[in-house]
Design a protein around this ligand. Sequence first.
Ligand SMILES: C[S@@+](CC[C@H](N)C(=O)[O-])C[C@H]1O[C@@H](n2cnc3c(N)ncnc32)[C@H](O)[C@@H]1O
Length: 292
Amino acid sequence: MEYMNQIIQGDCELVLQQIPDASVDLIFTSPPYADQRKSTYGGVKADDYVKWFLPKTEQFLRVLKPTGTFILNIKERVVNGERHTYVIDLILKMREQGWLWTEEFIWHKKNSYPGKWPNRFRDSWERLLQFNKQKKFNMYQEAVMVPVGDWAQDRLANLSETDKTRDVSKVGSGFGKNISNWLNREMVYPDNVIHMATECGNRNHSAAFPTDLPSWFINLFTQWGDVVLDPFIGSGTTAAAAIALGRKFVGIDISSEYCQLARERISGIQIQLLSPRSSQGAQDQHGNSRPE
Ligand SMILES: C[S@@+](CC[C@H](N)C(=O)[O-])C[C@H]1O[C@@H](n2cnc3c(N)ncnc32)[C@H](O)[C@@H]1O
C-alpha cells in the first residue's frame, strides 16, 4: 500500500497494520471525543472510550520510531455532572502498554465562547498529552523559541540576590535557575501552555484545530523530511501543516467525505510549495535547506 504523503480512507486501527514498524517521527492527532459528536461522525461512549482507543495506541506504538513522539489532543467531557475519568484511565493503560507519559501541554483557547453554566465556568483549554517510547527522544527546542516580551521588563527589572545566583530548586527536583542568565536575551524557551485561538473558518469540519497547533509540535519534534502521522486527520490540518514545513505526512480518516476534503485542501498547499518562487532558498527552523 502506498501510504507516504497520502490521505487514506479507513479505520486507522486497520490501516496502520499495513504501515511498517518504526517508520513515523511524530504522531499528532485529535481523536473523536467521547460521545461528543454523534451527529457528525459517530461518538464512542465515555465508558467504552479506553477499550476503543487502546488497540489504536498499540498500533501507534509500533509505527512510531524509538526517538519519536506522540501528541494526543483530548479533553474529558462532563458526564452526569462530573468530569469523566476516561483520559486519566487511558493514560494509565497506555503506560501499561509501554508508553512513557512524558509531558502535558495545555492548549488555552483564547477565543472560547462566553457562557453561563450552573456549576462550572466555560471550558477554554484542552490537553495535549505527550507520550514517548523512551526517555531520550528528538526535540528541537530552538525551533519554538519566543520573544522574551513583557516578562523581561517586569521580572528582570527587580532581580533579587537569589535570582542573581543559581536558585537550587526548593522542591528537590534537582533543577535550578539563574534568572540573570536571561538578561539581554531576545528569545527564550516557551512554557508548556500554548495560547492559540480556535479555528474560526470551520473548514467544513466541526472539530478542526488551528493549523498553528500541529505546526508548533511539528517544529518542536521533527526536522525537514521527517514523517508526521495523523490517524484521525479530519479536514487535513496536520497534513497541511506538515507539507508547509517540508515534512512528509500520513493522514487517515474513516470518513470518505473528510478524506476528500483533506485531499482538496492539501493539493493547493503542495502546488504552492512546488512553485519555483517558494523553493528558492527555503529553510526550515533548524536552518536546513529544503531538499529538491
Ligand atoms: C476531532 S476530528 C479530527 C479533526 C482534525 N484534527 C481537523 O483539524 O480537521 C476526528 C476525526 O476522526 C475520524 N475518525 C473517527 N473514527 C475513526 C477511526 N476509527 N479511524 C480513523 N478516523 C476516525 C472522524 O471522521 C473525524 O474526522
